[in-house]
Design a binder for this molecule. Structure first.
Ligand code: A3D
Length: 315
């Protein structure tokens, strides 16, 4: 059986980490694309030279030519600017819009059958743009945010209770901004509802830390944003697709009436398998969670409207 082909658009911090994970997990041959001459080629060669030590045989190439992504099965997009201290994700809108438009045109041309996972911020707007420009069906374009945000929530809960992260199940839904929605009513530790284990006040603190977790890392790194954990999150989504796992994961998916929301990408639980985003799962939320989802979706709608203005001005 031929190896799968994974195109990574953007060979920066997340792109390089994605390539490393693809190789270590033997997910497929990797094409690392970037616009900085030498960066994708250098990272690809470095990773190839680790192959004999790690024992992977996958091919990894670095390129500045979109022709090399021809026929990719999966494209993971991180092209664009990352946050620096003092910036919000939304501050990246203007510049990343232009980059993502160009990236999406090329994906449509060279990898028309790919499952596309977008990571570039501001996430909810950038994944909307990708779907529009590629013209791909909604099941083939998805945004990574919820897997990471949920992993952060799970990390903090595991630390609080001093239990294995494997015992903590949780989902963070909504837009990938400071008003994301940690869904307390579905958070469990070894099947026990979280509200029986941690006080409401302490949970509130943990949830606020989760909402600010991206910024916490930006403030520490000072030169960029988180990259190990976003890469791990996108790889979990790619594996669910490539191995037809039918795994339920919180992702930014295109909604057409689910949760009462229409025509935007928004973080909800979805089932990912060989068909891409195979279905949206509708949870029964508490009144507070429903209200929080409303606040978050308004923010995403404002962001998409701002994106439309940027695109109209540059048309
Ligand atoms: P960084 O290390 O700067 O890498 C981005 C790469 O994109 C650089 O190597 C650039 O050269 C490259 N690039 C710029 N323009 C183009 C273009 N036109 N075509 C192809 N490549 C281009 O950033 P990073 O890897 O740390 O982050 C990448 C993106 O992911 C940023 O927008 C971040 O804000 C975002 N991000 C999202 C999450 C989510 O959970 C959604 C988390 C962390 C970062």
């Amino acid at each position: 059986m031929a190896r799968k082909k994974i195109a990574l658009i953007g060979a920066g911090n997340i792109g390089g980490t994605l390539a490393h994970l693809c190789a270590l997990k033997g997910l497929g041959d990797v094409v690392l694309y970037d616009v900085i001459d030498g960066l994708p080629q250098g990272k690809a060669l470095d990773l190839l030279e680790a192959g004999p030590i790690e024992g992977y045989d996958v091919n990894i190439i670095g390129t500045m030519s979109y022709a090399d992504i021809q026929g990719a099965d999966v494209c993971i997009v991180t092209a664009g600017l990352a946050r620096k201290p003092g910036m919000s994700r939304d501050d990246l809108l203007g510049i990343n819009c232009k980059i993502m438009r160009q990236v999406s045109e090329n994906i449509a041309q060279y990898a028309p059958n790919a499952f596309v996972i977008v990571i570039t911020n501001p996430l909810d707007a950038m994944v909307t743009l990708t779907k529009r420009v590629t013209g791909f069906a909604k099941n083939k374009v998805v945004g990574q945010a919820g897997v990471l945000d949920s992993s952060r929530y799970r990390t903090f809960i595991a630390q609080e209770l001093k239990v294995s992260v494997r015992n903590v199940t949780a989902m963070v839904l909504g837009g990938h901004g400071d008003d994301m929605v940690p869904v307390r009513s579905y958070c469990q530790v070894a099947g026990m509802p979280i509200e029986r284990l941690i006080t409401a006040q302490r949970l509130e603190e943990i949830e606020n830390r989760t909402r600010q977790a991206g910024g916490e890392i930006v403030a520490l790194l000072k030169t960029g944003s988180a990259f190990y954990s976003p890469a791990s999150a996108a790889i979990q989504m790619a594996e669910a697709y490539l191995y037809d796992k039918k795994q339920i994961l919180p992702c930014a998916a295109y909604l057409e009436g689910e949760y009462g929301i229409n025509g935007v990408y928004f973080g909800v639980p979805v089932q990912v398998g060989a068909g891409g985003v195979e279905r949206v799962i509708e949870l029964t939320l508490s009144e507070k969670e429903k209200q929080e989802m409303q606040v978050s979706v308004s923010h995403v709608q404002e962001l998409v409207a701002a994106m439309d203005k940027v695109l109209a001005a540059s048309a």
